[in-house]
Design a protein around this ligand. Structure first.
Ligand code: NDP
Length: 480
């Protein structure tokens, strides 16, 4: 069986303890590879390699970093098909999605930050004619990057690229649930000539490997994407050590639909924003609010489209709904469908596990599920499910829908559908979210600030925000 290796100091190596964890294929429910069960000894090796590489990397010119990162990006593009196959097998996502979204975006992340570092500049503040202040933006040193399973290479590279572009050396951990493309990235980094130690990838589980990174006394910044509870645990350990923290956490995003929207465009996009990647994108709109005058029309059209979505083999070209990432997540999603019914909800379509045939019979599949009739403040409508489950709720006024939309502890993203631009801007300014899409969804310009408010996180990724996070500003004041 294939064994994944850690990538430390430019080498692919076994974990010190020589123990491994099972890596499952969600489509079949079977173990198909083994991943290092790394512990604090592996993290220490990775830290040492990163600390040794830092003096040279931190003064490497922007042009040289640009060349290496562009090479990584182009190798990802050249290997797009094999990386997409690996991502689909490891995560259960449709191969078509990995091909058009996950892998191209991973290449773009390296390309974008290769270019961004050549454009990054700092400020100067002159005091009359007598003093000049200027700000140095210096790399932090060794930083930790921890990412989740839903968009494995996409989110892993979204952290690593700005961290190394800014001159830091990295100890990174992908989710143990989806380690494969991070392992393939190690090979690409070796081929691209990334100097040993600049990026180190340590595989293993969160509480052991992840926590060893977070608790390491000399890793001075942590960029984390994952669940809110994990984010709180990380903050609890990191805050007393005064580490810089970027936390991109969970969401419970509202999708607000007014009667005057472009109905056909809204329906087509709402099917995607509800169920893309089996609903396992932090930006999916899981609470759909529909103006009462079009509620029945919406319900009929939406349920009709969703009922036709076939759950199938992720590796099949035509599949739009693949497998749920793990058995524990599959059970969690099903438990929320039960809860919704206990809370008085009516399942309009889906609502069940699906058993496929042959090799796929033990895979983790759930049919896309639409539920109505729930109070906006019940648990189903307040807690993150992170699966193919949406609720629909009618509303009468802007005030009412804002109250319902903002009632959750989260504040990541939101969508508003209306042709009334004044209303769209009014709603956008009042909605509690870090990202608002008006008449669209998941349009991403990598220069924009990305992140959430409330329990959805602290800090922003994207554009120069990430380069600012991964550098320390130092003010220098000079008497003229
Ligand atoms: P988790 O919080 O369970 O895990 C995220 C990462 O943290 C994984 O690598 C995990 O390792 C690791 N980890 C777990 N426990 C610890 C710990 N105690 N110390 C350090 N690291 C730890 O999230 P999921 O992987 O389940 O991802 C789903 C969540 O991510 C959802 O809540 C989703 O909303 C959120 N998310 C947020 C995004 C955003 O941009 N705001 C984007 C994408 C997802 P391992 O898996 O190996 O145990």
């Amino acid at each position: 069986m294939q064994k994944i290796s850690n990538y430390i100091n430019g080498q692919l190596i076994e974990p010190v303890g020589q123990t491994y964890l099972n890596n499952y294929e969600p489509a079949t429910g079977k173990v198909y590879s083994l991943i290092p069960d790394s512990d604090e000894r592996d993290v220490e090796l990775a830290y040492k390699a990163a600390a040794d590489a830092f003096p040279a990397w931190s003064i490497t010119s922007a042009e040289e970093k640009f060349k290496i990162m562009m090479k990584i990006s182009s190798l990802i593009e050249q290997n797009l098909e094999s990386l997409a196959q690996a991502e689909s097998k490891d995560n259960g996502k449709p191969i078509s999605l990995a091909r058009i979204m996950d892998i191209p975006r991973s290449a773009s992340n390296f390309q974008f930050y290769a270019q961004a570092i050549t454009q990054f500049s700092s400020e100067a503040h002159q005091m009359e004619q007598s003093f000049l202040n200027y700000t140095l933006r210096q790399p932090i040193g060794v930083v930790g990057c921890i990412s989740p399973w839903n968009l494995p290479l996409y989110l892993f590279s979204w952290k690593i690229a700005p961290a190394i572009a800014a001159g830091n050396c990295v100890v990174a951990k992908p989710s143990e649930v989806t380690p494969m493309t991070a392992f393939l990235l190690s090979k690409i980094c070796i081929e691209a000539g990334l100097p040993p130690g600049v990026l180190n990838i340590v595989h293993g589980n969160g509480p052991k490997t992840g926590m060893s990174i977070v608790a390491h006394p000399h890793i001075h910044a942590i960029s984390f994407t994952g669940g809110t509870t994990t984010g709180a645990n990380i903050a609890r350990i990191a805050a007393p050590m005064f580490k810089k923290l970027s936390l991109e956490l969970g969401g419970k995003n509202p999708n607000i639909i007014f009667a005057d929207c472009d109905f056909d465009e809204m329906i087509a996009t709402t099917v995607r924003s509800s169920f893309a990647n089996q609903g396992q994108i932090c930006l999916c709109g899981s609470r759909i609010f529909v103006e009462r005058s079009i509620y029945d029309k919406f319900k009929t059209a939406f349920v009709s489209k969703v009922s036709k979505m076939q759950v199938g083999n992720p590796q099949d070209e035509n599949t739009k709904m693949g497998a749920i990432v793990s058995q524990s997540h599959f059970e969690k999603v099903l438990s929320y469908i039960d809860l919704a019914q206990q809370e008085g909800g009516t399942v309009l379509c889906g609502g069940k596990a699906v058993q496929l045939e042959g090799d796929l019979k033990d895979g983790w599949y759930i049919s896309p599920t639409v539920i109505e009739g729930l109070a906006y403040d019940c648990r189903t409508n307040q807690e993150e499910i992170f699966g193919p489950v949406v609720t629909i709720t009618p509303f009468d006024t802007e005030e009412e829908v804002l109250k319902m939309a903002n009632s959750v502890a989260y504040g990541l993203s939101s969508s508003i559908w209306t042709k009334d631009l004044k209303r769209a801007h009014r709603m956008a300014s009042l909605i509690q979210a870090g990202i608002v899409w008006i008449n669209c969804w998941l349009i991403r310009d990598l220069r924009t600030p990305f992140g959430g408010i409330k329990n959805s996180g602290v800090g922003r990724e994207g554009g120069f925000e990430a380069l600012r996070f991964f550098t320390e500003p130092k003010n220098v004041c000079l008497k003229l």
